[in-house]
Design a protein around this ligand. Structure first.
Ligand code: M6P
Ligand code: ZN
Length: 187
């Protein structure tokens, strides 16, 4: 029996690109990342228009809807402000128990994870690395390489983003280049 209901997908996830119907794109420049880097003088010396990362998102339902899933692809460019690697803003989820998967697509970096007691640990990211971010864990990614770091993400549509906690108190450790290698530092 021929059932004539096979269509092309609406979304295309090829290597490190996300295209198709309903993809939104947002940009984060150096100017958008005020207060994020430890060395404010080094941050201020960079062009405010310099692109640090771009996020392609597929938000399949209105933000806040229970039971849905969101998908994102973040491309984080290489660079440093002083000795600190370019990184995402990082966030807890507004519904703090909501979990998320990150997985590495291209480039090399480090996922920095901090629990509600401000205890920090980190995992290497590379093409094929898969990271389950538990509830109550703030997450931020730093690019430690010389080429863009791309990673995909899937999270609950009612998770939301709590940037305020990080804006107020930061992460308890930062990823700095020390003697040519990435190290977590508590400065
Ligand atoms: C991933 C997801 C998104 C997030 C993006 C950038 O794609 O976790 O929810 O917005 O990374 O990270 P941030 O929001 O911390 O800048
Ligand atoms: Zn998240």
């Amino acid at each position: 029996m021929n059932v004539p209901n096979i269509s092309m997908p609406e979304l295309f996830f090829g290597g490190a690109t996300l295209t198709g119907t309903g993809i939104t794109k947002s940009l984060r420049t150096i100017g958008d990342l005020a207060g994020i880097f430890a060395d404010e003088t080094a941050w201020a010396a960079l062009s405010p228009d310099k692109l640090v990362y771009e996020v392609y998102s597929h938000l399949s339902v209105p933000e806040g809807t229970e039971g849905g899933l969101f998908f994102g692809l973040t491309r984080l460019f290489p660079g440093k402000a002083g000795n600190e690697y370019f990184m995402t803003k990082g966030h807890f989820h507004r519904k703090i128990d909501r979990m998320e998967y990150y997985w590495g697509l291209e480039g090399d970096g480090i996922l920095i994870l901090m629990d509600e007691n401000r205890s920090v640990r980190a995992e290497k990211m590379f093409p094929g690395s898969l990271h389950l971010i538990g509830g109550g864990i703030a997450h931020r990614v730093a690019n430690t390489g010389n080429v863009p770091l791309s990673f995909a993400a899937c999270w609950a549509s009612d998770a939301g983003h709590n940037y305020q906690e990080i804006a107020d108190n930061g992460f308890a450790a930062r990823l700095m280049e020390i003697n040519g290698t990435p190290q977590l530092c508590t400065i």
